[in-house]
Each structure stands twice: as structure tokens, then as C-alpha cells.
Ligand binder design. Structure first.
Ligand SMILES: [Ca+2]
Length: 401
């Protein structure tokens, strides 16, 4: 009986130790188990089932062992040779093996559970690190957004919504710019889109090369096909055909001649086919508010000065048309009397927009309404006229300096 109680006590202590250690482990790691609840529950169920199996087996053993021990005891009483002691020893060894095996299985389960918890902890730390990095990056992006928004708000409206330009840089300001950049290499007429600095849009011009410069033609008379007896608006905007007779237009002439210093050249041919020319070192036409007033001086040439003579100069005179009398003849309208528009004084020494006479002579000697340059012929009309301009800056030849 002493041996039986000893065996029962030993088994009971071992069982209590295993269960207690399990409970202790469970309490100490409860907090971490919460993070892997499902896995832990699975492990716990496994442990419970194994403990139940162990308890069942142990109960079964205790149920059968008393009889065995009684039998052994009686055998010991009956058989003084002690032959049954070996059988009892074998049962004890089997019981010990079962306990050791169960203990080993429980330890493995605990180790696995601990390893899994460590992995979960490591992943949790990684997630924390990533979360910290993402938060920092979010703050940086938000700061950048705020900074950009402030800069955009403070930027001038022209920077935020830059208006479309008329692309003046795509067009030359006049014919000479084309020539100087190598765009005109051969003699003849060029038809080129130009855009002076003041012009809102480009317009087509006739360009030609004379004396190593590009000239912009503003007027041409050659066969009388164009009517030059026109009103203010026509002379303002221009009329005619650039390939034949035309007036470029007072507004365009104003835009061209006010973007720098310009000079004037007038090529003329009389009824006998003789050619003349007149050049003026300065030529400028003011704007419409100033009635496209003429500013011209510095004559040289072969035709004589019929623009700036002392007795009836056209320099400083406003432009006049048949519907806009700005001349100095108080009792009459020069443009109405002599046809085309011009910078009339009282009335003129030159009048290059007059009526075209194919035979060069007037029907009435005193009418004098033809294409007139008095210093060539005071009482006859010219057969050909071409008025051109170019910047003064490029007129100097090397030996002139
Ligand atoms: Ca008048």
C-alpha cells in the first residue's frame, strides 16, 4: 500500500506541475496572445485536448492500477519469492514513459506558440516602422503642397495664366530685318509678312533690295489701274494690289516708322522715261490722333526737294483726304480739288497720289491733279512712282563712318 500511495502522489504532483506551468505561461503571455488570437485559441484547444487525453489515460491507469497493485500485493503475500515485483516495475516504467512523452509534446507546443508570437511581434514592429515612415512622408508631401499653393497664390496673374502673345518674334519688324538676316539675296520684289512692334497682327509688305539694304515699299504707281481718290478710312487701312498699285496704309506706315529711325526713298519716272529719285534721312508718320502727321527732312537726290521746300513744306502737315480736310487752304479742300489723299499744305509742292495720266499731261493746264513732283515737272504727271522706307541705322556704308 505504501508503494501504491507513493506512485499516486508522484503522478498527481507531475500533473499539477504541468497544468500550473501552463497556466502561468498563459497569464504571462496573454497580452501577446491577443494579437494572434486565432492561432493561440487553436494551440490552446490542442493543449486542452491533449490534457484531456492524458487525464483520461491517467484515470484509466488509476482505475486499473489498484487491482493490479492488489494482485501484486496478494501475489507478494502468496509468493514470498517476489517474482511479481518485476511486473510492477514494468508497469511503472510504462507509466513514466507515457508521462515523459506527454510532457515533451506539451513543451513543443509551448515553444511553437512562443515562436509564432515572436514572429507576430516582429511583424507588428515592422508595421509600426512602416507606419512611422508613411506618416513622415505624408507630412513632407503636405508641406510641399502648402508651399506650392502659397507660391501659386502669390504669383502674378500673368505668371499663372500667361496670355497668348501675337508672336511678334515670329515676324520681322520690316523688310530690312529680313535682308539683314539673309532672307533676301536676289534683286526683285519679295512679299513678306512683317509685324512692327506696335502692330497687333502681321501684314504683308512688298520688299526689295536697293544699295545693300532691304526696303519696305509703302506706295506704288505704274499704270493707273487703281483709284487713289479715296476717303480717310481707305488711306488709313490701305488699298490696292501689292503686285501693282497700292497705298500700304497710314496706320501701317505709322507703326513701321515709329519703331525706330527711318529714312525715305522715292523713285520716280517722268513721261519721257527719265528716272529721278529723292531721299530723306528722316521720315516718320504720327498716329491717327495726330492725323497721321508727316515728319520728314534731310533731302538728297536728283529729283529736287518737293517735300520740304521753304515756301510750301509738307513737313509737319497732317494727312488730308476728300472727306477729311486738314490742309492749310481755308477756303477749299485740297484733297477734293486734287484727288488723292496727301499731307497737303496750301496745297502742295508734291502730290504723288494724284490722278494717273497715261500721256503724262493734264487735260487742263491749271488743274494739276496728276501725280505731281513740282521740282521735276510742275505741270505734268509722272508715269511711275515707288515710295519706300528703311531703318536709318543700316543706311551707313563703311566709308561713310
Ligand atoms: Ca482746307
Amino acid at each position: 500500500m505504501e508503494l501504491k500511495r507513493t506512485l499516486q502522489g508522484t503522478l498527481l504532483c507531475l500533473f499539477i506541475f504541468l497544468v500550473y506551468s501552463e497556466d502561468t505561461e498563459t497569464k504571462s503571455s496573454r497580452r501577446r496572445r491577443c494579437r494572434c488570437k486565432k492561432y493561440i485559441e487553436k494551440i490552446s484547444k490542442d493543449i486542452d485536448s491533449r490534457l484531456q487525453a492524458f487525464e483520461s489515460r491517467f484515470e484509466q491507469y488509476l482505475t486499473h492500477s489498484p487491482n493490479a497493485l492488489s494482485n501484486v500485493t496478494s501475489d507478494l503475500i502468496l509468493d514470498q519469492n517476489g517474482l511479481k515485483i518485476d511486473s510492477l516495475t514494468v508497469d511503472m516504467n510504462k507509466t513514466r514513459e507515457i508521462l515523459q512523452k506527454e510532457s515533451y509534446t506539451l513543451r513543443q507546443l509551448k515553444e511553437n506558440m512562443y515562436t509564432q508570437e515572436m514572429s507576430v511581434d516582429s511583424l507588428t514592429e515592422n508595421f509600426k516602422s512602416l507606419d512611422f515612415i508613411v506618416r513622415n512622408l505624408t507630412m513632407v508631401v503636405e508641406k510641399l503642397e502648402t508651399s506650392m499653393r502659397n507660391k501659386i497664390d502669390k504669383a502674378p496673374r500673368t505668371m499663372r495664366h500667361k496670355p497668348k502673345r501675337n508672336k511678334p518674334e515670329l515676324y520681322p519688324k520690316d523688310c530690312d530685318e529680313v535682308y539683314q538676316s539673309g532672307g533676301m539675296k536676289y534683286l526683285g520684289d519679295y512679299y513678306i509678312m512683317v509685324q512692327p512692334e506696335k502692330a497687333k497682327s502681321p501684314f504683308k509688305c512688298v520688299c526689295k533690295i536697293i544699295d545693300g539694304a532691304g526696303w519696305t515699299v509703302i506706295q506704288r504707281r505704274q499704270d493707273g489701274r487703281e483709284n487713289f481718290s479715296r476717303n480717310w478710312e481707305d488711306y488709313k487701312n490701305g488699298f490696292g494690289d501689292l503686285q501693282n498699285e497700292f497705298w500700304l496704309g497710314n496706320e501701317k506706315i505709322h507703326q513701321l516708322t515709329t519703331q525706330g529711325d527711318y529714312k525715305l526713298k522715292i523713285d520716280m519716272e517722268d513721261m519721257d522715261g527719265k528716272k529721278w529719285y529723292a531721299e530723306y534721312d528722316r521720315f516718320q508718320v504720327s498716329d491717327e490722333r495726330d492725323l497721321y502727321r508727316l515728319h520728314v527732312n534731310g533731302y538728297h537726290g536728283t529729283a529736287g526737294d518737293s517735300l520740304t521746300p521753304y515756301w510750301r513744306t509738307h513737313d509737319g502737315m497732317p494727312f488730308s483726304t476728300r472727306d477729311r480736310d486738314n490742309d492749310k487752304r481755308f477756303y477749299d479742300n485740297c484733297a477734293e480739288d486734287y484727288g488723292g489723299g496727301w499731307w497737303y499744305n496750301d496745297c502742295y509742292e508734291s502730290h504723288l497720289n494724284g490722278k494717273y495720266y497715261h500721256n503724262g499731261s493734264h487735260n487742263d493746264y491749271f488743274v494739276r491733279n496728276g501725280i505731281q513732283w513740282n521740282s521735276i515737272h510742275a505741270y505734268s504727271s509722272l508715269n511711275f512712282v515707288e515710295i519706300m522706307i528703311k531703318p536709318t541705322d543700316n543706311t551707313k556704308l563703311p566709308n561713310d563712318i
